[in-house]
Design a protein. Sequence first.
Length: 262
Amino acid sequence: MRYGLFVLWMLFCSATSAFAQVSIGIGLPSVSIGLNLPLFPELVRVPGHPVYYAPRLDANFFFYDGMYWVYQSDNWYASSWYNGPWGPVAPEFVPLFVLRTPVRYYRVPPAHFRGWRPDAPPRWGEHWGRGWEQQRSGWDRWNRSSAPAPAPLPVYQRQYSGDRYPRVEQQQALHGKSYRYQPRDAVVRQHYQEHAVIRAPAPSQRGQQGAPQQRSPRQQDTQSPRSSQKDMPQGKGASQEPRRGQDKDRDKGEERGQERKR
């Protein structure tokens, strides 16, 4: 009985772990990979691909669909800022167009790239095994004429270099305010949603914050009688005073008429 419960518990843990990997895709941006970029790097588009690479860096550094991608020590990392911090990406979740980048655009190719065609993508299926290749079946077959347009470069990050490079909590706010591109890749979209990129308040919200408060029609209706009552005479005596004056004038007129008759 105990053995059966133990087996069920192990199966549950493995299923939970697998679900977590599928739901995350890109890990939290908390990894330092030893890559220190003091300035925004020069990025050049890979011909025929919606991917950029950094020709002047001694690193396998790419930009695709609004994020930076680095291949180092047989691991993939991603970040929304050019100098990290970086989040690890499992091979099963690396975007296809990143994997399709030809070998010649890897500035620091690993040893197992040797002998591979420079104008073709790395042989990821051969390197990562049959299980990966079955999961990413057809990753190296695509119509180049129908490739999507590359995402715009986040050039606003050029002004944040050296000591001005923002902290992680600042990066999200700056990125949401200055970079309005919406990613196409499912993994990148999920990463954006899970990390809840902070955006600037909408114009209507900014107007409500600075504008004076206006009274509602109901408030105006309930308050207007009070203001009008201040200008009106108060009490019964004030309301009856005009009538008393009219009665006196009427009595005087009747007395004068009787004296004339006499």
